[in-house]
Design a binder for this molecule. Structure first.
Ligand SMILES: Cc1cc2nc3c(=O)[nH]c(=O)nc-3n(C[C@H](O)[C@H](O)[C@H](O)COP(=O)(O)OP(=O)(O)OC[C@H]3O[C@@H](n4cnc5c(N)ncnc54)[C@H](O)[C@@H]3O)c2cc1C
Length: 386
């Protein structure tokens, strides 16, 4: 067989790219390597599945073999790439089942290796028991641990933390949320909007500890005890961390690929080394990290074209993010550069329609909550990318 394009990672970035390549070319040799089992699944579903009554096996409905058939590519699962040898256009791969290592050649290598959950720094005897979820396999473990349990302490009220708080409370769990900022989603929402989300989740049963950080976690007498920085403590059956993700950069850095917060690529998704590219949560595109689905789709399309001979830059249109908190739905669309902008906020009962205006009055972003989320399409059509 001819030397393949190798896609490293079987998350949404890897599979979207495979689909885009196959839409353009049925024959180019394609191989996906992944250290997990290679199931295709929708990661955004992980934070809404319980409330929707969905079991984990339903989420993992497409196994690697089916995906391999569908995209006419080899998928090698439970295989970790341990190093990249850029001079030889090759990779060292290690089977996690057999322990056998081998070298594979690539014509192009696309790093779709995602991000790692950040580990909270905690004192106490139970730090290793703190769970986090950034893939369906970690989610499976989380669901197993939740069986016959009632109380969850959740660290972090960003997108993932708020969505899990919503889902867990919908499913009947008692949830305590510890968040250092004074309101949830503080990096995306002005405080007056964040507080409404906080209240809505509170009405659904969540208990908030804003402006607080967790200091220690201990396990004694069948329960965890999470101590906060004000000396108070919360008892729990499970401690769950959603304090953020760090792009996986180690493999690339070892090979001499430039990394900063993520793997550095230009608008063509190229790293500084020939024939090596990166997309998805691991990538930093012209110093911009975009850990969402819409950018993955735009990057996959552009990169597929480039790999097949039509050099195409990734272009990002208006890309709102939907926060899937059914207690208080939120849609946020923010530009990369917030300078010279200001929010013009309209409120109706608990719901907001906030328009972000540039100093020249152009609409460059928006936040919609509750009833106003219906206006998303209309606002998108009027928003300019700056
Ligand atoms: C709970 C949750 C809800 C979300 N909801 C939304 C949403 O509503 N909207 C939205 O836009 N975004 C959402 N996101 C973000 C979005 O899901 C991610 O941006 C996207 O799924 C990332 O895909 P990825 O392929 O880059 O990374 P991943 O899915 O993390 O895939 C990485 C892959 O690389 C493999 N890998 C890593 N290192 C190696 C190695 N050395 N060798 C071999 N294989 C390796 C892994 O096994 C894995 O297959 C959500 C995220 C989470 C966690």
């Amino acid at each position: 067989m001819d030397t393949p394009i190798i896609i490293l990672g079987s998350g949404l970035a890897g599979y979207h790219l495979a689909r885009e390549i196959r839409q353009r070319d049925q024959d180019v040799p394609l191989c996906m390597l992944t250290r997990d089992a290679g199931h295709f699944y929708s990661k955004p579903m992980l934070s809404t599945a319980m409330g929707m009554g969905k079991e984990v096996d339903v989420l993992m409905s497409m196994p690697a073999e089916k995906m391999a058939q569908q995209y006419h590519m080899d998928i090698v699962t439970h295989t970790e790439v341990t190093s990249i040898l850029p001079q030889e256009n090759s990779l060292c791969v290690n089977s996690l089942h057999s322990g056998v290592s081998e070298v594979m050649n690539y014509r192009a290598l696309i790093l779709c290796i995602g991000a790692e959950p950040r580990i909270p720094v905690l004192e106490g005897n139970a730090q290793a028991d703190v769970l986090s979820v950034n893939d369906v396999y970690q989610y499976q473990l989380f669901r197993e641990k939740l069986v016959n349990k009632k109380q969850v302490v959740l660290l972090g009220a960003g997108l993932v933390g708020c969505e899990f708080a919503n889902d867990l409370t919908r499913a009947g769990y008692a949830v305590d949320i510890v968040e250092p900022a004074s309101t949830p989603l503080a990096s995306l929402l002005p405080p007056e909007i964040g507080i409404e989300l906080q209240r809505a989740l509170e009405r659904q049963g969540a208990r908030w500890h804003c402006g607080r950080t967790a200091k220690s976690v201990d396990y004694n007498d069948d329960a965890y005890s999470v101590m906060l920085d004000d000396g108070s403590s919360i008892s729990a059956d499970i401690v769950f961390s959603a304090i953020g993700l760090s792009p996986r950069t180690g493999l690339a850095a070892q090979a001499g690929i430039y990394t900063e917060r993520g793997i550095c690529v230009n608008e063509y998704l190229q790293t500084n080394l020939p024939n090596i590219y990166a997309i998805g949560d691991c990538a930093e595109i012209n110093h911009w990290i975009l850990p969402y689905i819409a950018p993955i789709m735009h990057c996959s399309k552009a990169l597929a074209a480039s790999l097949l001979g039509e050099l195409t830059p990734a272009a990002f249109p208006v890309m709102p993010v939907v926060i899937k908190t059914s207690a208080y739905p939120v849609v946020v669309c923010r530009p990369r550069n917030m300078s010279d902008t200001q929010w013009v906020i309209k409120k109706n009962n608990h719901d907001f329609r906030a328009e972000l205006r540039h100093k020249d009055h152009q609409l460059v972003g928006f936040i919609l909550t509750g009833e106003f989320t219906k206006e998303r399409a209309e606002l998108m059509s009027r928003t300019s990318v700056i």
